[in-house]
Design a protein around this ligand. Structure first.
Ligand code: ADP
Ligand code: MG
Length: 255
């Protein structure tokens, strides 16, 4: 269980997100949604321990500050929104970096590490590009390489910042399906920001809507993906329809 209690985080002592309290059970998926600048990435970085925060973040009833660097790297896998990539590395060498927390001191990668990387690359449709340099990839391929690295890390918690950015609908779906399978099969706990509200409602079992750094709605998709609430906080014209399985479909309305 990942528990946030009254978390606030920001930069140079000035919070840009505050008052976040939420519990995510093992195998749960929390989507953080909200307009640009609402504080979604900052909240994710705070959970990842990359920006200072106040309040508490507990993992399996332990404050995460008490974890050693290695324990933390085994517990939390973080995929940033727009990472700087070591462009000269190949896709497979880059994904192999995800195995670092699992290696002993001075240990080299073993057959198991290579097998994990190979499996992740093929699940992300990157197997044929394993030896290509990162600099030669398209935007969507780079995005998938970033996810390959974090998935190879095999952590209990995945923190994914806009993981489908730049992916076509097929690759976006394949990625979200893969993450979904990790949570049902391995009990991986997922926290992601997602700008596509319909996808957020389809995959996450809990949503938090942030606006100007504050939680303005929380609950399941049926509750948070409310046309009036979304229109107000995104300053947008939109309808919420319902798909065959009842999940909300958020559709922009043109004037
Ligand atoms: P979102 O991911 O919801 O679009 P962010 O968490 O990236 O929003 O940003 C929230 C606010 O914090 C914005 O006003 C942004 O300008 C500010 N911010 C983001 N990163 C930094 C930073 N490194 N230093 C100072 N302010 C930042
Ligand atoms: Mg962001």
């Amino acid at each position: 269980m990942l528990e946030l209690d009254d978390v606030a985080a920001g930069y140079r002592g000035k919070p840009v997100v505050s008052g976040v309290s939420v519990s995510i059970p093992r195998g749960g998926w929390l989507a953080i949604i909200g307009p640009n600048g609402a504080g979604k990435s900052t909240l994710l970085k705070a959970i990842a321990g990359l920006v200072p925060y106040t309040g508490s973040v507990m993992w399996n009833e332990q404050p995460v500050q008490n974890l050693s660097a290695r324990e933390r790297a085994k517990a939390f896998g973080y995929a940033p929104q727009a990472p700087l990539l070591p462009d000269g590395l190949s896709v497979s060498s880059y994904a192999l970096l995800g195995r670092t927390p699992h290696l002993g001191t001075l240990a080299r990668e073993g057959p198991r590490d290579f097998a994990v990387v190979q499996q992740v690359l093929s699940r992300l449709d990157l197997a044929t590009m394993a030896e290509r340099k990162l600099r030669t990839l398209s935007g969507g391929e780079r995005q998938r390489a970033v996810l390959a690295r974090v998935l190879a890390q095999q952590t209990g918690i995945l923190l994914l910042d806009e993981p489908t950015t730049g992916l076509d609908i097929g690759h976006a779906q394949a990625l979200l399906d893969l993450v979904d399978r990790l949570r049902t099969e391995d009990g991986t706990t997922v926290v992601s920001t997602l700008h596509d509200l319909t996808l957020a409602g389809q995959y996450a079992d809990q949503l938090v809507l942030l606006d100007k750094g504050e939680v303005v709605a929380t609950g399941d998709a049926g509750r948070v993906l409310d046309a009036e609430v979304l229109a107000r906080h995104y300053d947008a014209r939109l309808n919420v329809l319902h798909g065959p399985d009842g999940t909300p479909v958020v559709v922009p309305k043109r004037r």
